[in-house]
Design a protein around this ligand. Sequence first.
Ligand code: HEC
Length: 120
Amino acid sequence: MKKIMLMAATAAFVLGAGVMAPADASAKSFNVKSCKACHKVGKKKVGPAWKDVAAAYGNAETLAAVFKSGFKVSDRKIASSNSKWKHKAGLMTAQYKRLIKGHEDEAAKALFAAVAAGKI
Ligand code: HEC
């Protein structure tokens, strides 16, 4: 009996370790908190207020599609129609490459979720 329990515990440990692996990988995955340095929901900061971004795109799918197609400045709804933000597009391009590329759907959904929650 003791031996069986020990085996079960070992199996659980091994399985547990298997489950841990993706958790480690996700440490490098998308984290919306990284956007807080430059964005707020209701007010512009270094970048535009996310409620204005959400209003310009309408839904997460539209924003995700722009992220997936390379996030060209001419495709950006805010920067392409506002010279003040266009001027700062390079700053956002760097963040796109560093934080969003490979996580386009998550990033777009996180932005709309933050707007719905009223905070990042
Ligand atoms: C270092 C500052 C900085 C960080 C960090 C940052 N942004 Fe930005 N963001 C900007 C600036 C500046 C603009 C305005 C220029 C532009 O729109 O391209 C902007 C604009 C945007 C836009 C509007 C694009 C458009 O023009 O339509 C979106 C969407 C966006 N950011 C999403 C994010 C997300 C998501 C994150 C976190 C992964 C993030 N930003 C992190 C500075 C930043």
